[in-house]
Design a protein around this ligand. Structure first.
Ligand code: IMP
Length: 425
């Protein structure tokens, strides 16, 4: 059985936990897009693991982990993650495979990200400053890119870096009046990265197809969420990769028809970090209540997340473009104790009601949400493991999510722990 788990909102839906649970039934866990902008938190007993680049399956020490070609690899952060896991007794030796075609994020990408954002003033995207956009730009531009395979040949890497740094310095100086960067220090860091990472670098497409031919179970793990997808999200307030399920095949070389189950992860409400339209946002005491109860602060940047009601128009759209088979709805427990709950079922755009998400940012700024209102519940649901034991109003909330989105909710999250997920199948 091959599964793909993706976020259907603006990221931070709780994919890490779902992947961690499903990794138990999987032989190989694959990341296929994004980079260290992502942040997965996995809670196991009293241990909390914060991962950015490593597939969440890593904390299951029998799962093999693949970082696909679609990922932009930040070697500095990745080495910290490998060493951090090792300190907690989790070794990645012989079970980590990094695509030789994955592009590498280096210090000048992060510098470019922050210089560009600072220069944009109020028009900034609100990136994570992890060098994601600049690295993907170099990938698309081709002439000034470094891939993991380049770490195998340090002499030619030095030549490439010399040309790249010369080119970047011209841009940094002309556009941002910034100090030049020094190629030697970039190269010295790369020597360390190569020393620690080359043993994991391989042809992951070949590895994955051999695993499929051997009948292994694969789990594909998305990063961010469909609304941050470069092509299908709320452009320009998106990330620079195909963060929806559509990014899976190009991001690892496995066609989506080999995936048996596309699982879309959502929160029982909506959050977003950074700038951009957010129709159901509650920039008021309701949003603050959700933020406090759900601990809605970014794993990567610590920024407070913007919070709002569940937006079914968003999820219906993301599920459609992703071919989603079922939903995993996280954080239902966060809504306990709220008197009444609203779910957006359609938008009014220029006086016309629609339930198809208009991803164009300008249109989104003027949409008006049409809500269903349901009564809340007071019970603590964090210890419930059987769906039938949920309060009637909580089940009615789940029913409404299914009705608005047209997709079945197969999993309900009732707390951060590994065991706090109700599987309805
Ligand atoms: P970038 O990916 O750092 O370029 O940031 C672009 C946009 O995507 C910003 O609005 C970020 O806040 C958002 N973003 C990137 N990664 C994540 C994530 O893992 N969760 C939520 N938002 C993210």
């Amino acid at each position: 059985m091959n599964r793909c788990v993706v976020g259907l909102q603006w990221g931070d839906e709780g994919k890490g936990k779902v992947v961690d649970i499903l990794a138990e039934q999987s032989d190989v866990v694959v990341r296929f897009a994004g980079g260290a902008n992502a942040g997965h938190t996995v809670v196991i007993g009293d241990k909390k693991f914060k991962l950015h680049l490593m597939p969440s399956g890593a904390v299951r020490d029998d799962a093999c982990c693949v970082v696909g070609n679609g990922v932009v690899m930040d070697p500095e952060i990745f080495i910290q993650e490998i060493e951090g896991l090792d300190k907690q007794g989790i070794s990645m030796d012989s079970r980590l495979f990094i695509s030789e075609n994955a592009h590498v994020v280096l210090s000048y990408h992060k510098l470019e990200d922050s210089l560009r954002e600072a220069s944009l003033g109020k028009n900034k995207i609100g990136t994570t400053n992890r060098g994601i956009g600049p690295c993907y730009s170099d990938k698309i531009g081709r002439s000034y890119a470094i891939r993991m395979a380049d770490f195998r040949d340090l002499a030619s890497l030095k030549d490439k870096l010399t040309k790249i740094v010369e080119y970047k310095n011209k841009i940094f100086s002309a556009l941002y009046d910034a100090e030049p960067i020094d190629v030697d220090s970039v190269f010295e860091s790369c020597k360390v990265y190569a020393d620690k990472l080359v043993k994991y670098v391989t042809n992951t497409t070949k590895y994955l197809h051999e695993a499929i031919d051997d009948g292994k179970n694969l789990l594909f793990e998305g990063a961010q969420g469909a609304l941050l997808d470069l092509d299908h999200g709320t452009f320009p307030f998106v990330t620079s990769s195909n963060a929806s399920a559509l990014g899976m095949a190009p991001g690892c070389g496995v066609p989506s028809r080999l995936v048996d189950d596309f699982l879309g992860v959502i929160k029982a409400y909506t959050t977003r970090v950074g700038a951009g339209p957010f129709p159901s946002e509650q920039d008021n005491e309701i949003g603050q209540l959700i933020r406090d109860k759900g601990n809605e602060y970014g794993t990567t940047t610590g920024r407070p997340r913007r919070c709002g009601w569940f937006d079914g128009v968003v999820v219906k759209y993301s599920a459609k473009i992703g071919g989603i088979d079922q939903l995993a709805m996280m954080h239902l427990d966060t809504l306990s104790g709220m008197k009444e709950l609203k779910l957006c079922k359609s938008y009014i755009v220029d006086g016309v009601e629609t339930d198809f998400f208009p991803s164009d940012a300008k249109t989104l700024e003027k949409v008006e949400c049409v809500y269903e209102t349901l009564p809340g519940w007071d019970e603590d649901i964090t210890a419930i493991s059987d769906y039938n034991d949920l309060p009637a109003n909580a089940k009615a909330y789940v029913d409404m999510v299914e009705k608005i989105t047209g997709v079945r909710v197969g999993v309900v999250g009732v707390g951060p722990g590994r065991s706090q997920a109700i599987f309805r199948n």
